[in-house]
Design a protein around this ligand. Structure first.
Ligand code: ATP
Length: 271
């Protein structure tokens, strides 16, 4: 009997992050509004997963539950076997609207996060961490500027540096490049890939951009329309890394994968 319950080590290696039968309903005046129903997903350590689906299907709700901002109505989310019950420094989130404190400089925004998560670190060590991360996103020269003095791309770099300075295991990105122009978006995608590779992070990212998902992700999770949305399909993105945009665009398989996502979004689950 005992062997039945022994954990298979290969299985646990892939069960870094588990979303296990998760549903979410919000109470409304007309009763309960079921946003997500019975979501199952296992994410390996160091995997890059993109989530795509029509507006309002519940992508943010799902990743908010992974971040611990809100709890599932049913089911459970675990990180390394530990149930997620609240936000924690092992899971940091970056939002589309940057969420920087406008009265603090880039440096101070990052420092505040480091200070609140690691109050025991010395001032000198904290300064080192902040400077390291500003450098990582190429913002050393803008360290003492406030958000109003920064471009959208620079603000998003600060937000990414702030999240990374906490050294999370899982980086959660909610449409982080949605508000940026095409060139800045491509630059930040490449920076994100470099950071992901060097920090060996697990990344969960919401995007509405199919090409972005195919360039960045190991898997693209496609969500059905709400209410009661679920995972409709998962696309494996087989391209070797490091990826080159020009190479992908010459690959006929790229268009095949792209068509599969387009077909899912606009034919199978079109509005
Ligand atoms: N706190 C809340 N209370 C009630 N309903 C909510 C709450 N948060 C989200 N919802 C509803 O849940 C549904 C899913 O919202 P969510 O923001 O997760 O979707 P989304 O897929 O991320 O959308 P988008 O792509 O537009 O950002 C929507 O119908 C939304 O109105």
């Amino acid at each position: 009997m005992e062997t039945l319950y022994r954990l298979d080590p290969r299985l646990t290696a892939t069960q870094h992050l588990r979303i296990d039968g998760v549903s979410k309903a919000y109470p409304t005046t007309n009763g309960s509004h079921v946003v997500l129903e019975d979501i199952h997903l296992e994410v390996s350590s160091g995997e890059f997963v993109c989530f795509i689906g029509h507006s309002g299907c519940g992508k943010t709700t799902l990743l908010n539950m992974v971040a611990g901002f809100t709890a599932p109505t049913r089911g459970e989310i675990t990180l390394n076997g530990v149930p997620v019950r609240r936000p924690g420094p092992d899971r940091m989130m970056v939002f589309q609207n940057y969420a920087l404190l406008p009265w603090l400089t880039a440096y101070q925004n990052i420092e505040l996060a480091v200070k609140s998560v690691y109050p025991q670190k010395t001032r000198q060590r904290r300064r080192q961490i902040v400077e390291e991360h500003l450098e990582l996103v190429g913002l050393t020269a803008a360290a003492h500027k406030r958000p109003a003095q920064l471009s959208g791309g620079m603000k998003q770099r600060v937000a990414i540096a702030r999240a990374l300075a906490i050294r999370p295991e899982v980086l959660i990105l909610d449409e982080p490049f949605g508000a940026l122009d095409a060139i800045t978006k491509e630059e930040l995608q490449d920076e994100l890939l470099k950071i992901w590779h060097s920090h060996r992070l697990t990344v969960l990212m919401i995007t509405h951009d199919i090409d972005e998902a195919l360039y960045l992700a190991d898997r693209v999770v496609m969500m059905t329309n709400g209410p009661a949305a679920h995972i409709g399909d998962i696309l494996e993105v087989p391209f070797p890394r490091p990826r080159r945009r020009s190479q992908l665009l010459e690959d006929p398989q790229y268009y095949d994968l792209r068509n599969q996502v387009v077909d899912f979004l606009y034919t199978r689950f079109g509005h």
